[in-house]
Design a protein around this ligand. Structure first.
Ligand SMILES: N[C@H](CCC[C@H](N)C(=O)O)C(=O)O
Length: 257
């Protein structure tokens, strides 16, 4: 059966988007998702995202990593599905949707999507890293010479040793100026470095604030795939009004035979 799809990318984190409002996609077929995401034998993507009907919100988001498994929240994917919903005529400049970590609001201003992320109440600060969950689990570590750093090798080791079966995404960070940081991320479920990670840069911004590296509540994160901005407030120890902002772009449409 033909499966129409739309290819999107958010700062280089790329996704196959499928309008599944008729519930025709076989959501249990892990192999098919991995096949579609394969960069040699398939369309190629970091993940696959289904847009589905929702009883009260504008739509529901279902996210799969490129390994074919359903996973936790995808920030860049959340920004892309809002643009996708606009392309389908479901929303215009605002959206409310449900994802695996609950309800999200978003606003669209041309290419830029601003996505409200969940509150973050627990930030675990250790000697040389910080761990927190921004919809997905993230390890955050400051390093020098990030451009030459072996992100895949070092990320894989941490993901499988320190974080066991459940795993975690691993973010390496280097300061550029007081409110701008360079971030590279090893992504769980992609099992490789991605050009950017939305929940990852959100975790980096909050971790840097929590550890006093950043005083501001608006941080610019430079990734290999582009620039993302994260802003937040901190109220009684809880990070609230957390927004992830950046471009989300339609690339092409096709159909999987
Ligand atoms: N790979 C992540 C989910 C996608 C995160 C990333 N693509 C983002 O933009 O947040 C995980 O399994 O925890």
């Amino acid at each position: 059966m033909k499966i129409p799809f739309y290819k999107y990318q958010g700062t280089g984190n790329d996704f196959v988007m499928i309008d599944n409002r008729q519930n025709t996609f076989d959501t249990t077929n892990t192999e098919l998702v991995a096949q579609i995401c394969d960069r040699r034998f398939g369309v190629g993507a970091d993940g696959l995202i289904l847009l589905e009907n929702h009883p009260t919100a504008d739509f529901k988001m279902v996210y799969y990593n490129s390994d074919g498994n359903i996973s936790t929240m995808c920030g860049n994917g959340g920004r892309c599905i809002v643009q996708f919903a606009k392309q389908l005529g479901i929303v215009t400049t605002k959206a409310v949707f449900e994802a695996i970590d609950g309800m999200h609001e978003a606003s669209i201003n041309d290419a830029i999507v601003s996505l409200k992320m969940n509150d973050v109440a627990n930030v675990e600060v250790s000697e040389n890293h910080t761990f927190l969950n921004t919809g997905s689990p993230h390890h955050v570590e400051l390093v020098d010479n990030l451009l030459e750093f072996d992100v895949k090798d070092k990320g894989e080791i941490l993901r499988y040793t320190t974080y066991g079966k459940e795993g975690s995404n691993i973010n390496f960070v280097e300061g550029i100026d007081k409110d701008t940081f360079f971030v590279r991320t090893y992504e769980r479920g992609v099992e490789d470095e991605t050009l950017s990670c939305g929940t990852g840069v959100t975790a980096v911004a909050i971790a840097l604030h929590e550890t006093g590296v950043v005083a501001a509540n608006k941080v610019m994160l430079k990734t290999l795939g582009g620039i993302l901005t994260v802003r937040f407030t901190k109220e009684e120890g809880v990070y609230k009004n957390v927004y992830l902002e950046g471009p989300a772009t339609f690339v092409f449409k096709g159909s999987w035979e």
